[in-house]
Write a protein that binds this ligand. Structure first.
Ligand code: AMP
Length: 114
């Protein structure tokens, strides 16, 4: 049995986090090191490691996840806009091996990313 990632521990309430939304398919919580005034992470309850592995999900599951990301963003009332980021793998600078979507907002963001 491999060691749980920090996000599994957050999902399972084994470590504290500031959860902003949860239901039977996702958990959304504030990033501990926010890169914008609003920085929330959304994880699916069913763990997969990376965005690449979404190819193993059926369309309904993928759709449910992305709909939740949109709903969480709506709850955060980022009416001037926001950015969704999913880092994937080493080149994408993914640091936690549990799929997560970043919701970043509350300030003017720049483009392109580094
Ligand atoms: P990534 O680089 O895309 O894998 O993003 C991982 C994110 O998880 C980073 O923005 C971290 O600040 C965040 N993070 C790491 N540990 C925690 C934690 N215990 N609670 C909330 N966010 C965390």
């Amino acid at each position: 049995v491999s060691e749980k990632t920090i996000f599994e521990k957050i999902r399972d309430k084994e470590v504290p986090s500031e959860i902003v939304y949860e239901d039977d398919s996702v958990v959304a919580f504030r990033d501990i090191d926010p890169k914008a005034p609003v920085h929330v992470l959304v994880i699916p309850r069913d763990k997969i490691e990376t965005f690449s592995q979404l190819t193993g999900w059926d369309d309904a599951a993928v759709g449910a996840f992305f709909r939740r990301v949109s709903e969480v963003a709506q709850r955060l009332e980022l009416d001037k806009g926001y950015r969704i980021v999913i880092n994937c793998g080493a080149h994408g600078q993914q640091s936690v091996d549990y799929l997560h979507a970043h919701i970043l907002g509350g300030r003017q963001l720049s483009w392109p990313p580094g």
